[in-house]
Design a protein around this ligand. Structure first.
Ligand code: COA
Length: 330
């Protein structure tokens, strides 16, 4: 008997505090007008770490909503995968914090680092475990508090990112039609320098004299990232469609990583995606890295933009660099 993975629940969560473009004008040379027109971002949510908001608290809130939609409890989970580059701690993992908070006694859990591609990497891994029969039900999370890795003096990056979490529940089905049809995952370490966080890991830890706090933050060559993100998201989208002998016309809805509205527009133009067949929320949230796709999925599903039977294509690009695509039939 063949197994497949069916999507049965989604959820999302954001910190309370909203930061507007105008808020940046007091500490970097920028303007609401520049940020809106060059990125499409209007506001973003920023975690208040001192009040206990963190990657795990957002992930837990998103997971609870997804479990509620799926009519399951933590006890039903066999696997928890968390895509994040901002775990609360290296040990325990965010996955383990979730496992404890959700009472997911029988689940094994782990974090994976694939930057903005973390959710699709996690979805693909969970899908493989379900297809082998090893796992029945999995929770896949993309959750970030990138605000903790921002150089607030760098106007080229600080305006772009926000905090948030998205969650998805997959469960085993024998129906190949309504399932994750396929995923494509890619990496290219030779281009790692265009989007990186150089210090703060085990190579340059905080106690070495060469450690610089401003290097323990996001460093980005914006225009290089822009070009590669467009090209790779289009290529990955076409590749996963080709695997299934499909074209963009066969897709009901497209979800692209939310980094810059101009990147989205270029992907939409090349793939001939009309505005009504995609979800854009980066105006409200900015780039929430691994969280953008599950949040889009959650909002689009709950608000009826996607429905049972729809083919949904997702594509992403992330630092390091990584990129991925995924095709789901709801
Ligand atoms: N406010 C005002 N000016 C800004 C600014 C800001 N927040 N950020 C950059 N600028 C300035 C630059 O300093 C530069 O000034 P200069 O010409 O005097 O040197 C000018 O705007 C143009 O910079 P450039 O980098 O060419 O702008 P851009 O149109 O490419 O937009 C990004 C910059 C970062 C918005 C854009 O490159 C981008 O979105 N890249 C991809 C980001 C991304 O997707 N990251 C995550 C991937 S997962």
């Amino acid at each position: 008997m063949s197994f497949f993975s069916q999507l049965i629940g989604t959820g999302s969560a954001f910190p309370e505090k909203v930061m507007t473009n105008a808020d940046f004008e007091s500490f970097v040379e920028t303007s609401d007008e520049w940020i809106r027109t060059r990125t499409g971002i209007h506001t973003r949510h920023i975690a208040d770490i001192r009040k206990g908001e963190s990657t795990s608290s957002l992930a837990i809130a998103a997971a609870k909503k997804a479990l509620e939609m799926a009519k399951l409890s933590g006890k039903d989970l066999d696997l928890i995968v968390v895509g994040t580059v901002t775990p609360d701690s290296v040990m325990p993992t965010t996955g383990n914090l979730l496992q404890a908070a959700l009472g997911a006694e029988r689940a094994f859990s782990f974090d994976l680092q694939a930057a903005c591609s973390g959710f699709l990497y996690g979805l693909s891994i969970a899908d493989q475990f379900i297809r082998t029969g090893a796992v029945q039900t999995a929770l896949v999370i993309g959750a970030e508090t990138l605000s903790t890795l921002i150089n607030w003096q760098d106007r080229g990056t600080c305006v772009l990112f926000g905090d948030g979490a998205g969650a998805a529940i997959l469960t085993r089905t024998s129906d190949p039609e309504h399932s994750i049809l396929g995923t494509r995952l890619y990496s290219d370490g030779t281009k790692g320098d265009i989007l990186k966080i150089p210090h703060g890991g085990a190579k340059v830890p905080h106690y070495l004299p060469e450690y610089r706090h401003k290097d323990h933050s996001i460093h980005m060559q914006g225009s290089e990232v822009f070009k590669l993100a467009v090209r790779n998201m289009i290529d990955a989208s076409m590749a996963v469609l080709a695997d299934h002998h499909l074209t963009p016309e066969d897709v009901d809805f497209f979800l692209f990583h939310q980094a810059n509205v101009r990147i989205l527009e270029m992907c939409m133009k090349t793939l001939k995606v009309p505005r009504e067949k995609t979800w854009i929320n980066l105006d409200r949230y900015g780039n929430t890295s691994a969280a953008t796709l599950p949040v889009c999925l959650d909002e689009a599903w709950r608000q009826g933009a996607i429905k049972t039977g729809d083919r949904v294509l997702m594509a992403t690009f992330g630092g390091g660099v990584t990129w991925a695509s995924g095709l789901i039939r709801l």
